[in-house]
Unconditional design. Structure first.
Length: 389
């Protein structure tokens, strides 16, 4: 094709799409607002599904990344104050692992190195997109770089900026559900080794995800709850926070010995929807397209599956089809089940386990125990978490 695909956003989802297109012989221009290396020091944890590992294997990146990723071999789900619990084990589903925990910075650095070696990718750092306009044959992006305004056109523009910019565009509509909850994220060290077990613990104050990350006693923690509660947890001393956390989580990994810096961010469920008839030549993927509650670790993995599917559509499209209403509608239809399922599943869990109606807590606890012995349901859940189906 004569003009390259334009990707707005060079984070992990946008960069993955660029590299998948390189393998298909497609030229790409990536506009990234941050400077080179800005994300390499980010320590926040990403929960990669087994399916996401396979995408990274396609790109030849997993061999190096695997040495810095912590496998999740089992998942333990429980509710505070209840004897009910369920467990998932990778070996029961013929997988090496149910997922992996990897630092955002490590993944970003690996993707940036691969892109630097790809001659068919024009990666422009410190390029802030400001507008997109459409005509019959193409979309034109205006961006600022080096203090100057520039324009570039393509039959297809991909918005993969994580939802940071360009929300108000012709032909786009955003549906948002505010949870009124924040997520507290940090790392903790435990008294007992993690044995590659990830924990999902539901409490009256909100869900706790404790993921093995790094050394055998190290975990990444994501604790979500009402904003006022999370704010109170941020204000505690390290010792008081660890005591409160231990009271909610329990003794499965012993005492918690230390905690790193605690951060928080607000939670919402959102979808940015292009109208294929109004916004021809534009497609939205990743967190820019759908933002999910982190309770089940689905959002980032759905974004990588967006990139993989879109790369296949681009590679198979003729010059006349690229960016057309038909092509974009076909792509959106192909992703509907995965994205809708992820949004519904995470929202369902939040609503179910954040409700303290009398009697419901006991019912939830009993349900976890029953769920543990229903193998077809557990198999479906593992398939959904691993591959989106």
């Amino acid at each position: 094709m004569s003009q390259p695909i334009i990707i707005i956003g060079g984070g992990p989802v946008g960069a993955t799409l660029a590299l998948l297109l390189v393998k298909q012989g497609v030229n790409v221009t990536v506009l990234e607002a941050r400077n080179l290396g800005a994300a390499h020091s980010e320590s926040r944890a990403l929960a990669l599904s087994f399916g996401s590992r396979r995408i990274l294997e396609k790109l030849g990146l997993w061999g190096a990344l695997s040495t810095q990723a912590t496998p999740i071999n089992s998942i333990h789900v429980s509710q505070k104050g209840s004897f009910g619990r369920t467990q998932l084990h990778a070996g029961d589903y013929h997988q090496e692992a149910l997922g992996y925990v990897l630092s955002y910075g490590v993944l970003s650095a690996a993707l940036d190195r691969a892109i630097a070696d790809a001659k068919s990718v024009n990666f422009i750092f410190e390029a802030s997109a400001s507008s997109i306009v459409y005509d019959v044959s193409q979309a034109t992006v205006t961006y600022t770089h080096g203090g100057l305004a520039h324009s570039i056109s393509s039959p297809l523009v991909v918005l993969a900026d994580g939802g940071r910019t360009l929300d108000e565009l012709t032909g786009l509509s955003r549906e948002t559900k505010e949870y009124g909850h924040d997520a507290l994220v940090t790392k903790v060290r435990a008294e007992l080794p993690h044995h590659n077990v990830a924990y999902e613990r539901f409490t009256a104050n909100g869900p706790i995800a404790l993921l093995p990350n790094g050394g055998e006693f190290d975990f990444s923690l994501v604790w979500t709850g009402e904003k006022s509660f999370i704010t109170s947890m941020l204000s505690l001393s390290d010792a008081d926070f660890l005591e409160k956390f231990h009271q909610q989580f329990g003794d499965r990994v012993g005492d918690f010995l230390s905690v790193e810096k605690r951060l928080s961010f607000p939670l919402k469920m959102a979808q940015l929807k292009p109208d294929a008839q109004q916004s021809k030549h534009l497609v939205v993927i990743g967190n820019a397209a759908q933002t999910m509650h982190p309770v089940a670790g689905q959002g980032f993995n759905v974004g990588l599956r967006d990139a993989e599917s879109l790369a296949q559509y681009i590679a198979s499209a003729s010059a006349d089809e690229l960016g057309s209403a038909y092509m974009l509608a076909s792509y959106q239809a192909s992703r509907k089940s995965d994205t809708k399922g992820g949004l519904f599943f995470t929202d369902f869990l939040v609503n179910l386990f954040s409700n303290d109606l009398v009697g419901l807590s006991a019912l939830r606890g009993a349900s976890l125990g029953v769920f543990d012995v229903i193998k077809p349901v557990k198999k479906y859940l593992v398939g959904k978490m691993s591959f989106g189906k």
